[in-house]
Ligand binder design. Structure first.
Ligand code: SAM
Length: 268
């Protein structure tokens, strides 16, 4: 543990595994603790969590590239995670160097390592906040410095909405962000679903009860409601590997293993 502690920022919950660090471990990153790895290993006995993470991360990359291709130069990435390969600012700034990105995460390790990565990047910043507090995030000085809400903005909620329970009403939280966005803005999102393998997902819910963020998988219909007020671009709401794949040959096993629905919509 002593080696690990050298990069641990203040305020980290050392009592329970966190989804940010579990995801980092599943993607092959090094910013996680033994308790996160143990939890992830348990998770792997009930769901193909590594495939789920890899396919979700790939959707994030393809959707970011798509948004840059639509002319989007501003990104508000909620639940951005521990930085790893293919971070939003890297994808966006490789294609359009003037792209600006605000990363938001609730977890201190994710934010501390994002800040470190971004220290020489004047066009991107990371803030620690709960995405359920849109006013705090939209009025944060870094958001105001980097994002111009008179121009289209992409709101990213990728791989995070399953951590927001129904009683926090994620649907109305999204609407509050939507109201702040000008026409021509976009929403990109993905979320855990029951619809692929209900039995396996029920077991995953049990495993996640021993983390800081229990999960709340949803039906396709409830996930589709996240996009209210946005017009989905083709192919609509689909399993992550089926969203505008780079090659036509999508592996059937990837689709079965993905367990997350994903979509991109344009504010109308
Ligand atoms: N968006 C990245 C991606 O798709 O590659 C990371 C997804 S990761 C599975 C989910 C992230 O959401 C974690 O870093 C977690 O800390 C964060 N998160 C969970 N609940 C949150 C909340 N209420 N507010 C902000 N971030 C949250």
């Amino acid at each position: 543990m002593s080696n690990e502690l050298s990069w641990v920022p203040d305020g980290v919950n050392m009592e329970l595994p966190s989804s940010a660090r579990i995801y980092d471990y599943l993607l092959g990153g090094g910013h996680n603790f033994e308790m996160d790895r143990t939890l992830a290993d348990r998770l792997l006995t009930v769901v193909p969590a590594r495939d789920m993470a890899r396919l979700n991360r790939a959707f994030l990359g393809r959707s970011t590239q798509f948004l840059v291709d639509q002319g989007i130069r501003q990104f508000l990435d909620l639940g951005s995670g521990v930085p790893t390969v293919g971070n939003v600012h890297e994808v966006a700034q490789a294609a359009a160097p003037d792209s600006r990105v605000v990363y938001v995460d609730i977890e201190p390790v994710a934010v501390a390592h994002s800040e470190l990565l971004l220290q020489d990047n004047p066009n991107a910043a990371a803030i620690q906040a709960d995405l359920r507090d849109p006013e705090a995030i939209l009025n944060h000085p870094e958001t105001k410095r980097l994002l111009d809400f008179s121009q289209p903005v992409a709101l990213l909620l990728v791989g995070v909405l399953q951590f927001i329970p129904d009683d926090s009403d994620p649907w109305s939280v999204i609407q509050r962000y939507r109201d702040a966005l000008p026409e021509g803005s976009y929403l990109a999102f993905s979320a855990f679903t029951w619809d692929g393998n209900r039995e396996a997902m029920t077991k995953a819910v049990e495993v996640f009860k021993h983390t800081q963020e229990p999960i709340h998988p949803r039906t396709r219909a409830d996930i589709l409601r996240f996009a209210e007020g946005f017009e989905l671009v083709e192919p609509g709401l689909v399993y992550t590997p089926n969203w505008r794949p780079e090659t036509e040959a999508v592996h059937e096993e990837d689709v079965r293993h993905s367990n997350l629905f994903a979509a991109v919509g344009r504010k109308v």
